[in-house]
Design a protein around this ligand. Structure first.
Ligand SMILES: [Zn+2]
Length: 315
């Protein structure tokens, strides 16, 4: 089996899960490397700490290898070089065979901005698909992925987002119904009862008609410069398997929910030394950008990033 790297990008905690949670669950079960990049903490629709905690639990459930949670303002995501640079950076970190992102026609402006910026950031990538959510309109499915065997797990995944349970877009019956409807529409087989579907942004075949995967290009200097200024706002969770324990301990010790960056909340709170150290370690270990600051040469930068590669691909 060829082990694939899959990068899923979403605006808010729960977007990725609603759009391609079944696909990711199944991919991880089958030994592929799943990475998640979430652009905001969703603070306009709930306590950002609670929402972030739910997201970490979700990444753990999916068995994602790494989750990155950025600090763009919820409902304030716009297209532009900053967002393109951030997405470019995480594409480079993960060298994905497939990128899943929002659809350009999505109902939410944060989603649409991320869809547009993913297309630009992924211009050198070979395979980009757009996912739908129950409230997405004007969606034209072109690629279907059978999630019949993981549909119940997908629903459990959505239920992890306790803070969003009263939201219409996260209604379990709608999530199940959409998957059943797309399965019917795919006209594949009566044994395939639930499907996630995608629009094609870009799809490239190799000569044997498997997905094309080319060597990665260097990360543009503009993206490196942009990330240098804001990477301290990004929380990386390399080992989501420990997320539950980590947050349990954190919640016991933190003072108030706070707002804005989790890192800020944490550092400002009266947390125990070891929790603060764990979090700082998570923050500091995420990039190697301190090396970028030391040496601005493109080749060295490339080396730093390559050394961090968590990908072990067979070809
Ligand atoms: Zn969203």
């Amino acid at each position: 089996m060829i082990q694939m790297n899959i990068l899923a990008i979403g605006a808010h905690p729960d977007d990725i899960e609603l759009g391609c949670g079944g696909t990711l669950l199944k991919a991880a079960k089958n030994g592929h490397n799943v990475f998640m990049y979430v652009v905001t903490k969703g603070e306009k629709s709930g306590d950002p700490v609670q929402r972030s905690k739910e997201l970490f639990e979700s990444a753990r459930y999916i068995k994602a290898r790494t989750l990155w949670l950025d600090n763009f303002g919820d409902a304030e995501v716009t297209t532009g070089s900053k967002l393109v640079s951030h997405i470019e950076y995480f594409i480079h970190r993960t060298h994905p065979d497939i990128i899943f992102s929002h659809a350009t026609s999505d109902y939410h402006h944060d989603h649409r901005a991320i869809a547009e910026c993913t297309i630009e950031a992924g211009r050198n990538n070979q395979n980009i698909l757009a996912y739908e959510m129950p409230v997405t309109e004007n969606f034209t499915p072109a690629v279907f992925y059978d999630i019949t065997d993981v549909i119940d797990e997908k629903l459990k995944l959505i239920e992890l987002f306790v803070s969003q349970r009263n939201k219409v877009f996260a209604r379990i019956e709608a999530v199940r119904g959409m998957a059943a409807y797309r399965a019917l529409q795919s006209r594949l087989n009566t044994s395939i009862t639930h499907v996630e579907s995608f629009e094609v942004i870009k799809l490239c075949f190799a000569s044997d008609f498997t997905l094309l995967s080319l060597p990665q290009k260097a990360l543009p200097k503009g993206a490196i410069d942009s990330m240098k200024d804001s990477l301290n706002d990004v929380i990386e969770f390399e080992n989501p398997a420990q997320a539950g324990e980590f947050f349990e301990s954190w919640n016991k010790n933190r003072v108030g929910a706070g707002s804005g960056s989790i890192a800020t909340t944490l550092i400002d709170s009266e947390v125990t030394e070891d929790i603060r150290d764990s979090m700082l370690h998570a923050i500091q270990s995420k990039s190697g950008l301190k090396d970028f600051k030391k040496d601005g040469a493109d080749n060295s930068n490339q080396q730093v990033i390559s050394n961090q590669s968590m990908n072990s691909k067979e070809s």
